[in-house]
Design a protein around this ligand. Structure first.
Ligand code: ISL
Length: 560
C-alpha cells in the first residue's frame, strides 16, 4: 500500500455520507417543496441508517432555475426551504445524533440574480470584474450582437455566451444563461468565497461539497474549440490546485470533510486534488462510471451499461488513486443521474429489483474510499416511468428533449425515451416515505410527480422487513465501520471470469477479502476459492459450485 497514511484511510474510510436533494426529501410545510425542517424531522431515520455526514444540496436564496445551483445569496436561506433558525436547529439536532452537515458550495458561478451580477449589469466596473465578460464585435446592437466570443457550448445546451445589452458585453456561462461564471483570477472573488466558507463553518457545518470546482480556472484569452465543446479549455485549468489551496487555507477548512465534484477530469488531476500533502480536498467525485451507457460517447442515448467498461472505470480509479495517495468518493448516483436500480440493475421484476438493488452497494461499499448514498437509493427507488415531457421540470432535460429533435434528427418519442432513461429528474422524484398520498413526502402538491410504485416501495415498508434493501444498506454500513480492511486495505482488481462479473480483492496484513459481483440476471462463472468465510452476500447463503446466481454479490474473507 503506497499511501503511507493508514490513519487517514481509517478515518475517511470508516465514514458514510448521505446526499439530500432538499427539494425532494421531506416537506414540513405542505407547499410541495422539501425543506430544512423536513430534514430535521427525518434525522432519526438517518441516524438509524448509520450515516455520518449529510451533504445537503443548495438551500440558499435562489430563483431555482437550476434547483438551487443558481445561488443569489450565499449567506441566506431561501424562504421556500426555511429560515436560519431552522438551519441552526438542524445543526443542533444532527450534532446530537453524531451527524455532521456538509454544505454545497456553488462557486463556479452565481445566479444572475446575485447582487454581484446585478451590480455588474448596472455598469459597476468593480462587479463586472467578478465575471467573465467579453466585448462584442464592432457594430453590435441589442438586437444583433453578432457572433459570440467563442463556439463553446453550455452544458445545458446552446452557446456558452449570452449577450447583455445593459453591459454591452457577452458573459460566459458554462451552465444556464442565468448562471454567469465567476472570474477566479480576481482576488476579491476568491476572498469573498472563502469568507462564505467561514460563515457556514462558524454556524457548525462540518464539511463542504464543491460544485464543478475543477472548472473554476479559465484561460486568459478565449478561443474557439475546433475539436470539441470547449471543455478542454476550462476543465482542470491551470490554477485549480492553487485556487483550491487558497480557498482551503483562507476558509479555514483544511482537514475537514470536503469533496470536490470534478467534471470530465482525469485520475492524475484528482490525485493532486485529494492527496493530503497538497492541502486541497479530502476526496473527489468523478464520473467515468457514468459513461458506460453512452452510445458513441453521447450521453443522450439509451443502452444497457457495458460491464467491462464499468469494471475498467472502477479498476483504474481504485488502483491508481490508491497508488498515489488520492482518495475516492464511492457512489452510484446523485441528484444529476437516473436511479441506479433501473440503470445498472433490473427493476422489471420484484426479485431482480431486490437482488440488484442490493448488489450495487455491495459492489461499491467494499471498495476503498468513502461511500455516498443518494436519498432513496437505500430503498432501491427506481426511475418513475413518467410518460410525458410535461412531467419533467429540469432545465437540462427540457432543453435536450428539444435539441435531440431539432438537431439530432430524433422523433419526439425517441427523444422522450432517452429522457425517460437518462434525465436528472428520474432521481429527483420525492423520497417514498410511506404508502399515504404523495408517499408521505408532502401534504400538498409535490413540485414534481411521485413514482407510482410508492404504494409498496417505501421506507415504512422496509424498516420492518429484515430482508429489505434498507436493511441491507444498514448491514453494509455497519460492516464498513467494523472492518479495518474495508476502510484502509489495499485494493486490486481480479481477472473477471465473465464479462458480466466484476471481482476485486482487498488486503490488509494477512487478511484478505474477495468480492465478486454478477451484473446480470443469468448465472455467471465465479472465481472458486478455497476456504474463507462468507462476509456478506445478497443471497441467504454462500454461493456453491462455480457459478454466481442472478445478480449475486458475495464477499469472502480470510483472516490470516
Ligand atoms: O448534470 C449533469 C448531467 O446531467 C452534469 O453535466 C452536471 O451538470 C455536472 O455534473 C455538474 O453538476 C453540478 O453543477 C450544475 C448543477 O446543475 C448540478 O445539479 C450540479 O450537481 C451547475 O451548478
Amino acid at each position: 500500500m503506497a499511501i503511507g497514511n493508514n490513519s487517514r484511510a481509517r478515518e475517511l474510510g470508516s465514514k458514510v455520507a448521505y446526499e439530500i436533494y432538499v427539494r425532494s426529501f421531506s416537506d414540513s410545510t405542505g407547499n410541495g417543496v422539501g425543506d430544512l425542517r423536513g430534514i430535521t424531522q427525518r434525522l432519526d431515520y438517518l441516524a438509524d441508517l448509520g450515516v455520518d455526514y449529510l451533504w445537503i444540496t443548495p438551500f440558499f436564496v435562489s430563483p431555482l432555475k437550476d434547483g438551487g445551483y443558481d445561488v443569489a445569496d450565499y449567506r441566506n436561506i431561501d424562504p421556500v426551504f426555511g429560515t436560519m433558525d431552522d438551519f441552526d436547529e438542524l445543526v443542533r439536532e444532527a450534532d446530537a445524533r453524531g451527524i455532521g452537515l456538509m454544505l454545497d458550495m456553488v462557486f463556479n458561478h452565481t445566479s444572475d440574480q446575485h447582487e454581484w451580477f446585478q451590480r455588474a449589469r448596472a455598469g459597476d466596473p468593480r462587479y463586472q470584474a467578478y465575471y467573465l465578460l467579453q466585448d462584442p464585435e464592432p457594430g453590435a446592437t441589442a438586437d444583433d450582437p453578432g457572433k459570440p466570443p467563442t463556439n463553446w457550448e453550455s452544458k445545458f445546451g446552446g452557446n456558452a455566451w449570452t449577450y447583455s445589452p445593459e453591459m454591452g458585453k457577452w458573459y460566459l456561462h458554462l451552465y444556464d444563461a442565468s448562471q454567469p461564471d465567476l472570474n477566479w483570477r480576481n482576488p476579491e472573488v476568491r476572498s469573498e468565497l472563502a469568507s462564505v466558507l467561514r460563515f457556514w463553518k462558524d454556524r457548525g457545518v462540518k464539511g463542504f461539497r464543491f460544485d464543478v470546482v475543477n472548472n473554476i480556472s479559465k484561460p486568459v484569452t478565449f478561443e474557439d474549440d475546433l475539436e470539441g465543446d470547449g471543455r478542454r479549455f476550462y476543465t482542470d485549468g491551470e490554477h485549480v490546485d492553487e485556487y483550491l489551496r487558497l480557498l482551503v487555507r483562507e476558509g479555514g477548512i483544511d482537514g475537514m470533510m470536503t469533496v470536490g465534484e470534478m467534471s470530465s477530469t482525469t485520475i492524475e488531476r484528482c490525485i493532486s486534488y485529494s492527496n493530503p500533502d497538497n492541502h486541497e480536498l479530502a476526496m473527489t467525485f468523478s464520473f467515468h462510471h457514468f459513461r458506460v451507457d453512452n452510445v458513441g460517447g453521447n450521453r443522450w442515448s439509451k443502452t444497457r451499461p457495458d460491464i467491462p467498461m464499468l469494471r475498467e472505470a472502477f479498476r483504474s480509479w481504485q488502483e491508481e488513486m490508491t497508488a498515489a495517495g488520492g482518495w475516492n468518493a464511492l457512489f452510484w448516483t446523485c441528484h444529476d443521474q437516473p436511479r441506479p436500480t433501473t440503470r445498472f440493475g433490473d427493476d422489471t421484476t420484484p426479485e431482480s429489483w431486490r437482488r440488484s438493488a442490493k448488489l450495487l452497494p455491495l459492489c461499491t461499499f467494499l471498495l476503498r474510499g468513502t461511500p455516498y448514498i443518494y436519498q432513496g437509493e437505500e430503498l432501491g427507488m427506481t426511475n418513475p416511468g413518467f410518460t410525458s415531457i410535461d412531467q419533467y421540470r429540469d432545465v437540462e432535460s427540457i432543453n435536450y428533449h428539444r435539441i435531440m429533435q431539432e438537431e439530432g434528427g430524433k422523433s419526439e418519442r425517441e427523444a422522450f425515451e432517452i429522457i425517460a432513461y437518462k434525465s436528472r429528474d428520474n432521481g429527483r422524484t420525492p423520497v417514498q416515505w410511506d404508502d399515504t398520498p404523495n408517499a408521505g413526502f408532502t401534504t400538498g402538491e409535490p413540485w414534481i410527480g411521485v413514482s407510482e410504485n410508492y404504494t409498496w416501495l417505501n421506507a415504512q415498508a422496509e424498516i420492518d422487513d429484515p430482508d429489505s434493501v434498507l436493511a441491507f444498506y444498514k448491514r453494509l454500513i455497519a460492516l464498513r465501520k467494523a472492518e479495518e480492511i474495508i476502510q484502509a486495505g489495499d485494493v486490486r482488481f481480479l481477472d473477471s471470469p465473465s464479462d458480466k462479473v466484476i471481482a476485486y480483492e482487498r488486503t490488509l496484513g494477512d487478511e484478505r477479502v474477495v468480492v465478486q459481483c454478477n451484473f446480470s440476471g443469468e448465472p455467471q462463472p465465479r472465481i472458486a476459492l478455497e476456504g474463507g468465510e462468507l462476509l456478506v452476500s445478497n443471497y441467504d447463503n454462500a454461493a456453491e459450485g462455480d457459478m454466481l446466481r442472478p445478480w449475486e454479490g458475495t464477499a469472502q474473507v480470510w483472516r490470516g
